[in-house]
Structure formats: C-alpha cells, structure tokens
Design a protein around this ligand. Structure first.
Ligand code: NAD
Length: 260
C-alpha cells in the first residue's frame, strides 16, 4: 500500500497540486509541500494536511525557476524521510497574449516553471528511485500538451515539451520499477483558471461570461469543469501496483476536449 510512502508535489500550496497532495495524504503518504504564498497561510495548509490525515508534511519553498533549489528540495526529501517514492511535477503558471505581443520574460518564466522545473526535479529524483528499485513520476501536463489554443504560445509549448520529457524518461527508467506518466487535465476551476477568464476577456475584447461560454465550455464537450476528485482518481491508479505497466502515457482527463 501507499502507507508511509513519500511524495513531493510541486506547486501544492494551491489548486490541483494541493488537491493531489491531500489525496495522497489521505492514503497515508508523507508529503513535501511546495509552492509560493503567504507564510502563515502555507503553514496553516501544512498543519491542516498533517493533522487531518496523520501524516508528516514538510514545506519546502523551492522556487521552480531555480535549478539548485529544486535539486536541494529533492535531496532534502530523501534526507528527511529516508526515501522518495512519488514525484508530482505540477507547478505551473499561465499568461495569455498574442504571440507578437507575448512578453519575452513571460515566455522564459513559463518555460522555466512549467517545463524546465520538471526536468530538474526528475534529474534529481531518478537516482534515488533507481536505488530503491521503485518510483512514480507524474507530470501534470494539460490538454494543451496535445492541442493548442490561441494566445497561449508559451504554455502550449511548455506542455507539449512536458509530454516529450515524460515519454523519454519513461523509456529510461522502465526496467528500474519506475514509471513516468502525464495527466492531461481539461479545465479545472482553480485560481489559475479564474485569472485566465479575466485575461482572456481582455485579449479577446469580450465579457467574462462570453469567455466561460464560448472559450472554456466551448472546448470541453461535457460543459463541466474537471474536478479535483476526478484527477485524484487517475493519480491513485498511477501510483498503485495496478499502474505498473502504465508508462510514458498521456492520460487525458478533459471531458472529451482532445477527442475533437
Ligand atoms: P494554481 O495557480 O492554483 O497553482 C499553481 C501552484 O504552482 C501554486 O501552488 C503556486 O504557488 C505554484 N507555483 C507557481 N510558480 C511557482 C514557482 N516559481 N515556484 C514554486 N511554485 C510555484 O494552478 P492550478 O490550476 O492548480 O495548476 C496546477 C498545474 O495544473 C499547472 O501545471 C497547470 O498548468 C496544470 N493545469 C491546470 C488546469 C486548470 O484548468 N486549472 C488544466 C490543465 C493543467
């Protein structure tokens, strides 16, 4: 079982990362919580997770734009807990603008946080997992790892890149009891998406209601947001023994978006 295993979840102070960390904690997994935010709010989140589920939760504030901090976080997890069983590369940001206006610093930041951080964390975690003969790497990609939308050049490029990284690592670790997979969610109602509704309205010159109806719900055939529980269900399958042969795959949890 998962009891006593150890997971790092990047970007777990909010949204999907927080929900996935909680799903693992509920199975008895000790957690390294990571992400930005206000320290008292983060400490409250950390203490709540630990208390509610009776697991150890350590916060590591590694900035996903800083390779050294990412590697140190992985080493610290192994040093503190003695093992590292699950790595979830989830931290991500969004920025929406036409490509000709896309700020270069936003491009660089999105590639760093949404793609390169997964490389650095994976690079540091794989030797530990190989030594153990066991490990699960799950990259939270997106439907945008498979299809594009206008005004999201950096995000779509980064998420396509994450899928390439996922497949490559999967091939390299396959004989070591390790798997590497991507979960590709459609729209999930998190702070990241709520901010996007406003940004999209500006970029397209339409109302926020029109963005919900014509942009977000237009691409998702179920006309429903994907829920945290639906993503957690896929995660728990991938980290289970039953998930051992799922490797290098992209699991679309997107209400049919990418079937179109
Ligand atoms: P969110 O904004 O709620 O959470 C993002 C997390 O990443 C936060 O904890 C934040 O602090 C952290 N983060 C951002 N920059 C960081 C940095 N430099 N260093 C460390 N942590 C940093 O967003 P979310 O919607 O929960 O997104 C989580 C992941 O899911 C992202 O990779 C996103 O692309 C992906 N995703 C989201 C949706 C959606 O509809 N919400 C859909 C598909 C994929």
């Amino acid at each position: 079982g998962l009891q006593g295993q150890v997971a790092i979840v990047t970007g777990s102070t909010s949204g999907i990362g927080h929900a996935l960390a909680e799903a693992l904690a509920a199975q008895g997994v000790n957690i390294v919580l990571n992400g930005l935010g206000e320290m008292t709010a983060i400490e409250r989140t950390r203490a709540e997770l630990a208390e509610k589920h009776g697991v150890e939760v350590l916060y590591n504030g590694a900035d996903m734009t800083k390779p050294d901090q990412i590697a140190d976080m992985v080493r610290a997890a192994k040093a503190e807990f003695g093992e590292l069983d699950i790595l979830i590369n989830n931290a991500g940001i969004q920025y929406v603008a036409p490509v000709e206006d896309f700020p270069t610093d936003k491009w660089d930041q999105i590639i760093a946080i949404n793609l390169t951080s997964a490389f650095h964390a994976t690079k540091a975690a794989v030797p530990i997992m190989k030594d153990q003969g066991r490990g699960r790497i799950i990259n939270i990609a997106s439907a945008h790892a498979l299809v594009a939308s206008p005004f999201k050049a950096a995000y779509v490029a980064a998420k396509h890149g994450v899928l390439g990284l996922t497949k490559t690592v999967a091939l390299e670790v396959a004989t070591f009891g390790i798997t590497c997979n991507a979960i590709c969610p459609g729209f999930v109602k998190t702070p990241l998406v709520e901010a996007q509704i406003a940004d999209q309205a500006k970029a397209r010159g339409i109302s926020e209601e029109a963005v919900m109806r014509d942009v977000i719900l237009a691409s998702q055939p179920t006309k429903q947001f994907v829920s945290f529980d639906q993503l957690s269900g896929m995660l728990l399958y991938l980290v289970s023994d039953a998930g051992a042969s799922a490797n290098g795959a992209a699991f679309q949890i997107d209400g049919g978006w990418t079937a179109q």
